[in-house]
Design a protein around this ligand. Structure first.
Ligand code: NCD
Length: 347
């Protein structure tokens, strides 16, 4: 799909590589060029967001519908402000106050938004596969609507992993964040990996970057079949790049970055942990445990955080170690980039 001329004021900094993706549903098949395009575009928008006038006309006249069938604070607000900064018109939907309470199906809801002229649907749902089903339906109808997965069940959360990637690459090279900056960095992903869509999307992006990815959780939250799933889905995971630990320490040793994950209590079907206190003792990230890592280690968390469970409260608020607030800030630039890349071919 050809790009419209770049409408933001520093076109020389926009990526020249092609972007042919019509929907963003998963990172499992993202190419290195696509990651770099997102990172570079997000860097341009971060520059826009630092100006006094933070708005550009890139998606003027387009409609972005945020269809959130599951609760959300930061992802929904982040997509909304990103769309507004691009001058799109936004529609917000919350399942609890919608006609779904009267029995309307998800596909009929999506078609209603289509009939109102929606160009991009940002979709979150508690069931895996809903964004894919809506994208298939839009393609079947032959309409040019793009679908962006904002988190589907335990499956994927591509924009979160892309903003995590942007946050850590920008820390290494703020001017030119790019995938190969993470080559051979050690990154630990710690916590409720089994139930986490954030972990799944991050595994794809970090493996693609050439980082060494270490997953750490108790066996109930990181069962053997999870590794089998990852190796089956990720067709070309190079040897020596993905490690699974049922203890925290080997994952933290010399780590450059530690990604912590929320315990997804709403998705736990059984009592998978003896107690939150014991979980914190064994897998919670604290200042003293970080001493195992590189001195420059940084900690990420997608939020919302259970303070004092996944991460100690003081560490969470310590800007020397915590990237949590910059993840939220990065999220706006990255979501602007995704909306721009999907939307700019439509005008
Ligand atoms: C994540 C999500 O919803 O999957 N949060 C987010 O999008 N910022 C992680 C979580 O809920 O724990």
């Amino acid at each position: 799909m050809p790009h419209a001329p770049c409408p933001i004021p520093s076109p020389q900094s926009m990526p020249t590589s092609t972007w042919n993706r019509h929907h963003v549903l998963s990172l499992a098949d993202f190419t290195a060029a696509e990651y770099d395009t997102v990172l570079k575009t997000a860097a341009s928008f971060r520059e826009v967001l630092s100006r006094r006038t933070k708005k550009v006309p890139a998606l003027q006249g387009q409609v972005v519908a945020n269809l959130f069938f599951e609760p959300s604070t930061r992802t929904r607000s982040s997509f909304e402000i990103a769309a507004k900064r691009l001058s799109a018109d936004t529609l917000n939907f919350a399942a609890a106050t919608s006609s779904m309470t009267k029995g309307e199906t998800i596909l009929d809801t999506a078609k209603t938004y289509l009939a109102m002229g929606t160009d991009i649907m940002v979709i979150r749902h508690k069931e895996a596969g809903v964004p894919n089903a809506i994208a298939d339906e839009m393609d079947r109808l032959g309409v040019k609507v793009s679908v962006l997965n904002a988190g589907d069940g335990q499956h994927e959360h591509p924009s979160q992993a892309l903003l995590d990637l942007f946050t850590i690459c920008s820390l290494i090279d703020a001017e030119n964040p790019r995938l190969d900056l993470l080559q051979d960095k050690k990154i630990a992903i710690v916590g409720d990996i089994l139930h986490s869509r954030v972990a799944r999307s991050n595994i794809w992006s970090l493996i693609a970057s050439g980082a060494e990815v270490h997953l750490a959780a108790p066996p109930t939250l990181l069962p053997k079949f999870f590794a089998e799933y990852i190796y089956a889905e990720g067709t070309d995971i190079p040897p020596g790049k993905l490690f699974i630990h049922w203890q925290l320490e080997p994952a933290l040793e010399n780590a450059d970055f530690v990604m912590t994950l929320r315990l997804q209590k709403e998705r736990m079907t059984a009592h998978l942990l003896p107690s939150l206190r014991e979980y914190h003792q064994l897998f919670g990230i604290t200042r003293s445990k970080l001493q195992l890592c590189q001195p420059h280690v940084k900690v990420l968390h997608p939020g919302p955080v259970n303070r004092g469970v996944e991460i100690s409260s003081d560490l969470m608020d310590d800007p020397e170690f915590s990237l949590i607030q910059s993840q939220v800030t990065s999220g706006v630039a990255v979501r602007m980039a995704l909306l721009y890349l999907l939307g700019s071919g439509k005008t």
